[in-house]
Design a protein. Sequence first.
Lengths: 279, 126
Amino acid sequence: MAAALADTDFAFVAREVKARSGLVLTAEKSYLLETRLAPIARKESLASVAELAAAARLRRDERLIWQITDALTTSETQFFRDKAPFALLRDHVIPHLQQAEPQRRLRIWCAATSTGQEAFSLAMMLDDLRAEGRGVDAEIIATDISERLLEKARAGLFTQFEVQRGLPIRTLIRHFEKVGDLWRIADRIRAMVRFQRFNLLDDLRPLGMFDIVLCRNVLCYFAPEQQRDTLERIAAQMRDEGALVLGAGESTVGVSDAFAPEGGFYRRLDPRRAAARVA
Amino acid sequence: MKTCLVVDDSRVIRKVARRILEDLRFHVEEAGDGLEALTACRKAMPEAILLDWNMPVMTGIEFLRALRKERGGEAPVVVFCTTENDVEHISEAIKAGANEYIMKPFDGDILHSKFMEAGLLAHEAA
């Protein structure tokens, strides 16, 4: 059994990881450290995760601390995760936005996209709509804090295991090609998504304004004050009546007044209306 | 309770599939090849069929083509479950009337996901 982290080292890692990613690392989650950080310790020729944490603290090694942050931020994802939000976007949110302003290109943001499954699911959905003659002019920006995950996303290569979770077989055949043991997403789908490294805790303004934002299973790892702050900053990057989609267990209710729940997603309120509600 | 007929010449695979399917609340019947499966279907059409491709006597694809011509044979939801994992086999299976397709090796997660795609399980949280 590996030696446990010294309290000072755990506190250091927890503080640095939170400052960089918002992830709150509680003592109950310390088991994550061993499994997620052991590969980094090995790569750095350090004997244990305890030594890795100590090295990061004593050397104040930025590169090491970023690697640790990267490994600890959860990357669990799958194609069309939870299904319902995608059907909702396709049948309700997108037609509504398109009807309101038919000429305008919709801007969609996948925040914390991980290895790309969510963004590619959206792109496949839009491509299917086009094939049905219900084409939508849209651009998808997918961001993540982790360069490692984005690299995988950009490659568009998925294992047989990954393409069998959430992806109907007809969708696989239509949008992927087989390359050796892996499956590669079609170029036309990949071209619909722009991947960009971005930290949700940074200034969001350079990303521009969005009609639809997917920020799923991210806020639940944040401390309450950081959830509110992040939601307010996301709201500032959204057009009025824009739609925010959160993870299954997440909500803006009681956290931010900038949104109103609307059966499966959150409608960005006109700031004047939001102010009136508060008043 | 829905019935799922597991068609595979490997007893081990049938056993693994049975355990997962029983957890998903299916009543499980087994067949060791396509012909045995066809005989079982003529006796009672199951709601679902988990179907291997390469088997002695009658292959999965031969069975599927025969099944779809039977009276009531269009009803069962057929999920292929095979090591054949190239686009040609998958396309052939869909053309022959397969509803879903699992590439081996599989696990409980994949089977669950695929049965959901095929409409055999209620979507959670939908």
